[in-house]
Design a protein around this ligand. Structure first.
Ligand SMILES: NC(=O)C1=CN([C@@H]2O[C@H](COP(=O)(O)OP(=O)(O)OC[C@H]3O[C@@H](n4cnc5c(N)ncnc54)[C@H](O)[C@@H]3O)[C@@H](O)[C@H]2O)C=CC1
Ligand SMILES: O=C(CO)COP(=O)(O)O
Length: 386
């Protein structure tokens, strides 16, 4: 049964039982979105359109906003609540009157039983620490965050950070989801990754699905999350190729090699990762859209055009006005893991992206063969490891 049909059935039940003065719908979920950047705002809009229609959810969607003062001197939260628009991160789009911006993190989550995390990944450790002991016992979490942390023992995915620090079930939602396109309701797909509990995954599918946003679920949290995370490194490579004006064949080659490294790396880190996940929206589709139209691609193109003379930090601040890149830090994190294991030569694309980002190699090294730069002909090596 589709999520819409399920809810229709639920609504039917409620009407009948209301007439009998005997409510069968006892659980109403309260949703809080932790994060309010470009994708965080669009996610809130999607969710808010559904909570109004689905009887098993409270209408109101609380959105935690990292407070900032706008050029006008006003607080971002006040402006969002007055205009129903995130004028800084998603201008021109109404979020829905049932979206309430809240600058107080602890207050925003205290009544929620469904928490959607969508901040740049570098802020999540601090946010989780602040939330310990501040959430309800029965909370379910969902991460829309593309990124990871590196620990001594290996990669720590953001969903694991959330699960472990907060003691909650955490699914993920990733996909070919350039936020500005979904904001204007252009058709897109997404993938929910879950560990064991299919019912929880279906609840998330129901909360996000609309006629223009098609969501499906797969039992592979790490696979889905690593796809979303690693494609940002490949997008940097694609942007470098654009900046060097190498053309479509080169860009396609970089995407193919990148996809191969994504798969090899994911399966080496988590043997449970499924091949089929790479063919979902979170896999090849997200890789394509990000390499064609994402922010990582855009800033990497500018970096290459400057001959590597301008830093990613400087370009990010100038070009994205507060929005954050994830690819540069993810390339560093991946490199750390590869160095720990002595695997750099087996992942030439991942390795060279990091070395270009830190200025050790020039942008053109992304397509050069030499004994000093990573050699793409070794790309088959990573496949031999799995
Ligand atoms: N924008 C997009 O098209 C998509 C983004 N994503 C992922 O969603 C996640 C969030 O990205 P966006 O919503 O696009 O954010 P964004 O990059 O547009 O905005 C940055 C956000 O970080 C906040 N921030 C700044 N300093 C902070 C701090 N110290 N602590 C906490 N928050 C702080 C800002 O207030 C702002 O909300 C990322 O992992 C990204 O990869 C996933 C799919 C699509
Ligand atoms: O993840 C994205 C699309 O699915 C957005 O990628 P960027 O952060 O490169 O814009």
């Amino acid at each position: 049964m589709t999520p819409a049909a399920q809810d229709q059935k639920l609504k039917g039940k409620e009407t009948i039982s209301e007439q009998n003065n005997n409510h069968e719908v006892s659980v109403k979920y309260r949703v809080t979105v932790v994060g309010s950047g470009n994708w965080g705002s669009v996610a809130s809009k999607l969710i808010a359109s559904n909570t109004l229609k689905l009887t098993s959810f409270h209408d109101e969607v609380r959105m935690w906003v990292y407070e900032e003062i706008l050029a006008t001197g006003e607080k971002l939260t006040d402006v969002i609540n007055q205009t129903n628009e995130n004028v800084k991160y998603l201008p021109g789009i109404k979020l829905g009157k049932n979206v309430i911006a809240d600058p107080d993190l602890e207050h925003s989550v205290k009544d929620a039983n469904m928490l959607v995390f969508v901040t740049p990944h570098q802020f999540m450790e601090g946010i989780c620490k602040r939330l310990v002991g501040k959430i309800k016992g029965d909370v379910k979490a969902l991460s829309l965050i593309k990124g990871m942390e590196v620990k001594m023992e290996g990669p720590c995915m953001i969903s694991t950070l959330i699960s472990e620090q907060l003691g909650v079930n955490c699914c993920v939602l990733m996909g070919a989801n350039i936020a500005n396109e979904i904001a204007v309701e252009k058709f897109s797909e997404a993938t929910v990754g879950y560990r064991e509990d299919k019912e929880i995954a279906q609840k998330w599918v129901q909360l996000f699905s609309t006629p223009y946003f098609l969501v499906s679920a797969v039992q592979d949290v790490e696979g889905v999350e690593l796809c979303g995370t690693l494609k940002n490194v490949v997008a940097i490579a694609a942007g470098l190729v654009d900046g060097l004006e190498m053309g479509n064949n080169t860009k396609a080659a970089v995407m193919r090699i990148g996809l191969r490294e994504m798969k090899a790396f994911s399966k080496l880190m988590f043997s449970s990762v499924k091949d089929s996940t790479f063919f979902e929206s979170c896999g090849v589709a997200d890789l394509i859209t990000t390499c064609l139209g994402g922010r990582n691609r855009k800033v990497a193109e500018a970096f290459a055009r400057s001959g590597g003379k301008r830093s990613f930090d400087e370009l990010e601040a100038e070009m994205l006005q507060g929005q954050k890149l994830q690819g540069v830090s993810t390339a560093r994190e991946v490199y750390e893991l590869l160095s720990q294991r002595g695997w750099q030569e087996l992942f030439p694309l991942f390795t060279s992206v990091h070395e270009i980002c830190i200025g050790r190699l020039s942008p053109s090294a992304i397509v050069e063969y030499s004994e000093h730069t990573p050699n793409f002909s070794l790309v088959e090596g990573s496949a031999q490891l799995i």
